[in-house]
Design a protein around this ligand. Structure first.
Ligand SMILES: [Zn+2]
Length: 428
């Protein structure tokens, strides 16, 4: 047995140097960044003959596609090459982790590929503090340690709830960046973000960015829970074929803010719509939400309430099963039937009955299922009942990952508009 190992070791010793030998030698390499401006990688190398091609490869950790780029350099036996990822045209949120490597080719066609390295792209304009565990990291720079601790604790409560009620766990650690003012937030997210944006969840990067001033902690705790829930649900159901119905995605986020009581900002609209038998149908809420703030309040309230109904009536296991089925890209009605034994229309009627409302007409005007990939997941969530102050929700979200070689990754880039009334209040 020992002999076999010895022979194997000798073979490795003999093979490795030959395999590793390349006429090209790397002398130095580096990567630096200026947030919202550029990420620049450089490499110096020499060869026995002219190095004629230098390629820089990178991919965002957690995303499938790799981009290949030609570096800037002058061919020669000694080269200094660089490649800059222009962050004014491609947007990466803070906390993005890049995996990158170089490939150099000389005039004889000999190549050298460097080992894969990682780089964490951070917003170095602020002096972030961080609290972290294996599920979540919370970064903040304004406010004292108590402020950061409160947000970190809330994030963990939100994750515990998801795990305990519906059995969904974080797959990849989530990073939450808390910007200390609305202006700082706007300066940190993609150009094109609406002025009233209160935060943004970059689901394909595993990053949530929220603006929370130390005086606005209560709102920040809710916003953190809401956006974190979107992110974890996205991780659990991401697939190339379809999204969740909007009411389910938003409903889980609203429900997870407080599983016992519907948030006061939605409760009034919801209760008066129940009273006047004027609820929107789940079919309607399967695609986009209304732009009108009052109607949006109702849409969020209904979504939270129906998710609570599903969990209370069918159980957390049924909700987990539903999400598992959706992670296969199943159609809305088929998934509901398989997990709950009823389709959208039937669920709507069961829920209505629990509220003391008559069933919907049997042939409700069918709405096409919307399973498009690029719908914003969250929209207007006005902060209070004084929603008239809030500005209307957008019909399309700014797309933080504007190509630049990056794939159009499946899944949505949800927009949190929690800050709508916050902004309105500041203007007051
Ligand atoms: Zn949302």
């Amino acid at each position: 047995m020992r002999k076999i190992w010895l022979v194997a070791a000798l073979l490795v010793l003999m093979v490795v140097p030959v395999w590793a030998q390349s006429p090209i030698t790397v002398d130095a390499q580096n990567i630096t960044s200026e947030f919202r401006n550029n990420i620049t990688a450089t490499i110096s190398a020499h060869g026995q003959t002219d190095i004629t091609e230098v390629e820089f490869f990178y991919r965002v950790r957690g995303q499938p596609a790799t981009t290949r780029n030609d570096a800037d350099f002058s061919p020669g036996t000694q080269i200094d090459a660089s490649f800059a990822i222009d962050q004014t045209s491609i947007y990466f949120p803070p906390g993005t982790v890049l995996e990158y490597w170089w490939k150099l080719t000389d005039a004889n066609g000999e190549t050298l590929k460097t080992d894969k390295q990682t780089y964490e792209y951070i917003d170095n304009r602020h002096d972030f503090k961080v609290l972290s565990n294996d599920r979540v990291s919370v970064y903040w720079y304004r406010g004292d340690d108590k402020f950061g601790q409160a947000l970190f604790d809330q994030a963990n409560v939100a994750l515990d709830r998801l795990e305990n009620t519906i059995g969904v766990k974080v797959e990849n650690q989530v990073k939450i960046f808390i910007y200390g003012s609305h202006q700082d937030l706007l300066d940190a997210i993609a150009v094109g973000a609406q002025e009233w944006t209160g935060g943004q969840a970059f689901t394909d990067f595993g990053v949530v960015v929220i603006g929370v001033s130390p005086s606005n902690l209560d709102w920040g705790l809710k916003a953190t829970t809401h956006e974190l829930t979107h992110l974890v649900i996205h991780q659990a159901t991401d697939n190339p074929y379809g999204d969740l119905p909007r009411w389910l995605d938003e409903g889980l986020a609203v429900y997870n803010e407080d599983p016992d009581t519907l948030d006061v900002q939605f409760r009034h609209s919801f209760e008066s719509a129940v009273k006047s038998n004027s609820l929107m149908t789940l079919q309607t809420l399967s695609s986009s939400f209304p732009a009108d703030p009052e109607a949006a309040n109702l849409a969020y309230g209904e979504s939270g309430a129906v998710v609570k109904f599903i969990i209370d009536t069918y159980g957390g296991d049924a909700m987990k099963k539903l999400l598992d089925i959706f992670s296969e890209g199943e159609l809305y009605d088929k998934a509901l039937k398989e997990a709950l034994g009823t389709d959208t229309h039937g669920l709507d009627n069961a829920w209505r009955a629990s509220l003391g409302l008559p069933p919907l007409p049997d042939f409700a005007p069918a709405q096409p299922e919307n399973q498009s990939q690029n719908q914003p997941v969250s929209a207007a969530t006005p902060q209070s009942n004084s929603a008239a102050q809030a500005q209307p929700a957008p019909t399309a979200a700014p797309q933080p990952e504007k190509s630049g070689g990056l794939p159009c990754v499946s899944g949505a880039i949800p927009l949190a508009l929690f800050g709508m009334v916050w902004v309105a209040r500041r203007k007051k």
